[in-house]
Design a protein around this ligand. Structure first.
Ligand SMILES: NC(=O)c1ccc[n+]([C@@H]2O[C@H](COP(=O)([O-])OP(=O)(O)OC[C@H]3O[C@@H](n4cnc5c(N)ncnc54)[C@H](OP(=O)(O)O)[C@@H]3O)[C@@H](O)[C@H]2O)c1
Length: 280
């Protein structure tokens, strides 16, 4: 579907409640895939641009939920529970996908015992169908899970995981684009330092990241196996690798993911202290 084509190749309506950064990104992706999409926020005028994709933009959360087959909640963790309480009547019996970091499914289930609860975590690359979107469910239901897979599949790769991995995945793949973009920016600066024009340095950097990831995904090889093919004995690459190891790039990235995971767990613990006590 092109940007201005009418939506509706699919029969289902999906509402995205709290369409800020990530909610807008996934709304665009869903509308382009042919779903009828209703996106809400308290200040819908800020999302007027979404209308050009055929997305209905409103501040009426209850109205959006009532006419939807699936509701995706992209609210901040601190706003999620109070909003679900307010919408509990309209959300009854619906497929409810929470994209909020750090909110356990059980908390949502307690408010919405008759709804099909899904917890998921996408990333910003969902806007171009290249995200990674793990999800977990409280109850196995083949038909509903298949619908969830189809919708989340619009955002790129999706897979069902155990909820115990969600905080770590929030840190790794939810926050991940910020880490990778830092690396791409650093590569571009390296190019500028040795005199490349800005546009060439930028394209060479992101294309190299994209190509390496594609090769890895398509070959199924371990990253080291591909890396070894690039490192010629006594050649150019090993000098660069030596500097990266000297700068502790691997421990820096490992620590970044560990710190973000700890933060996700802390947010969860601060918001839901009783849930955390029960887990121990
Ligand atoms: N950003 C990412 O890359 C990313 C990736 C995966 C998951 N997430 C998760 O997605 C959630 C949102 O993150 P974000 O970065 O997109 O934050 P954000 O840009 O602040 O979006 C949240 C939106 O919720 C709206 N909102 C607040 N209260 C509302 C209400 N009562 N009814 C309707 N809309 C309401 C706000 O708009 P108004 O003020 O106009 O209402 C705001 O635009 C978080 O839980 C985060 O963990 C984010």
């Amino acid at each position: 579907m092109m940007k201005n084509d009418p939506p509706g190749s699919y029969l289902e309506t999906i509402s995205v409640i709290g369409a800020g950064t990530i909610g807008s990104a996934i709304s665009i992706s869903l509308a382009k895939a042919g779903y009828r999409v209703i996106s809400t926020r308290r200040r819908p005028d800020l999302n007027a641009g979404l209308k050009s994709y055929g997305i209905e933009v409103t501040s009426d959360n209850a109205g959006a939920v009532s006419s939807s087959d699936m509701v995706i909640l992209t609210l901040k963790p601190a706003d999620l529970v109070s909003e679900i309480r307010k919408l509990s009547n309209s959300l009854r019996g619906k497929i409810v996908v929470s994209m909020a970091a750090a909110v356990p499914m059980r908390i949502i289930h307690e408010i919405l015992p008759d709804s099909f609860i899904v917890r998921s975590m996408t990333n910003i690359a969902a806007e171009v169908n290249a995200g990674y979107t793990p999800f977990c469910v409280l109850k196995e239901d083949e038909e509903k899970i298949s619908f969830v897979r189809r919708v989340l599949g619009v955002f790129g790769e999706t897979e069902q995981v155990d909820e115990k991995y969600m905080d770590a995945l929030t840190a790794l793949s939810g926050s991940g684009p910020a880490y990778i973009l830092t690396i791409i920016e650093a590569m571009m600066y390296g190019g500028l330092k040795v005199g490349l024009p800005r546009s060439i340095a930028l394209k060479a950097s992101y294309q190299t990241v994209m190509g390496s990831a594609k090769l890895l995904a398509m070959s199924g090889d371990h990253p080291s196996a591909i890396k070894e093919k690039v490192i010629t004995p006594g050649g150019v690459t090993i000098d660069g690798i030596y500097e990266l190891e000297n700068g502790k790039i691997r421990t820096s990235i490992m620590r970044a993911i560990e710190s973000s995971t700890i933060k996700a767990r802390k947010i969860s613990k601060d918001l839901f202290p009783e849930e955390s006590r029960e887990k121990q």
